[in-house]
Ligand binder design. Sequence first.
Ligand code: NAD
Length: 427
Amino acid sequence: MNAIGKIGVVGLGYVGLPLAVAFARKHDVVGFDVSKVRVATLREGHDYTQEISPEELKASKLIITGSVEDLRGCGIIIVTVPTPVDESCRPDFSNLTDACAAIGKVIAPGAIIVFESTVYPGATEEVCAPVIEAASGLKSGADFKLGYSPERINPGDKAHPIEAIVKVVAGQDAATLDTLAELYGSIIHAGIHRASSIRVAEAAKVIENTQRDINIALMNEISKICDLIGIRTSEVLAAAGTKWNFLKFYPGLVGGHCIGVDPYYLTAKAEQMGYHPEVILSGRRINDSMGSYIAQRAVKLLAMAGHPLKDARVGILGLTFKENVPDIRNSKVEDIYRELCEFGIRPLVHDPLADSAAAHRELGLTLADVEAFKDIDVLIYAVSHDFYAALGAPAIVDMVAQNGILIDVKSAMQTAALRSDISYWSL
Ligand SMILES: NC(=O)c1ccc[n+]([C@@H]2O[C@H](COP(=O)([O-])OP(=O)(O)OC[C@H]3O[C@@H](n4cnc5c(N)ncnc54)[C@H](O)[C@@H]3O)[C@@H](O)[C@H]2O)c1
């Protein structure tokens, strides 16, 4: 064991598992998860998030456990549990407070608890610390110390592994910050940014994603305006993008559990402080409306083509919340599907990565084989997985019926590849 001692990672999901595996290359690491299924499958070498390969997982010295007792003796515990929003888009801290209560039972004086879960500024000290204090009988800032280090990984993006992303680190005091900078510095090659306080680090994370959300919302609004004018947004952005300071954002569906969720943490805090955010929430509204907007556009195009809605064959390519990940949680493709169902249409949905049992359980839909995509009246190319790029534009075009409609949500296709009888539409 080295000077840093044994490390615990709580929550082995998209964030926690890659982090625990990276630390286990240099340190003794125990990874704890409440999900029995997750613990069992990881022990068998299977990571459903597809972030860590079976070979890497089997070769790792990481100890995977479903028992919080195994965290005893960890000098540093890193918390990477989900922080979703509830049905009213309010922060749901329940996973975090459950984790804090469990950690409180097993920590010893001198421990450092670091949070990587995305929260609003102040939450680590105001929400987490009291729960750990109550469960442990120890005092925050005296008997145990707090830290915060936001996670910036981008699931499915193999070009930016955790080691290659600058890590923001904050500690409750100077000594804790030094320890955490050393800890993260042992695995991160890209550099460590020492934030001046936990609140600063918490705020940095939520505003990173809020900034992306707003910029995409702006592009989505611009795409609606371009559509009314009758010009193609992708062509407008290609022209505008030739200016050196034009920001490269594109219209699209904003789903998942980061960009579409984190802004609500910031707005909740702002409202707590008596300020009612306008820009952030209007961006959220625009992005949340895009699924039904696309579905309504599909229905309008069908009607304009004189095609009866009732027996229209509609196919959707891609269900996950973004390309090249298997995650269907908060996918806005579901909004397209549901809106089409409201019109009496039963679209075929294909996804090469989504788990069909999860799609059935969580969304109530049965995934179709790609071979079923023949004679499709409206093909909605929703998620540009590499799988579809490998299939090739001619194969996708062949799925569309004579005089059919192709909705290329992200302008992923070269329009030159299209047949002249196809009506093409994109955001
Ligand atoms: N996924 C991302 O791209 C990403 C990027 C940056 C930050 N984040 C943030 O990181 C945090 C984790 O996100 P994720 O995507 O890894 O979540 P996830 O849903 O993939 O995984 C979380 C894991 O935590 C486990 N868990 C839940 N409650 C627990 C508890 N009380 N004790 C132990 N384990 C528990 C779950 O079983 C699950 O395996 C969130 O706050 C998220 O906002 C996510």
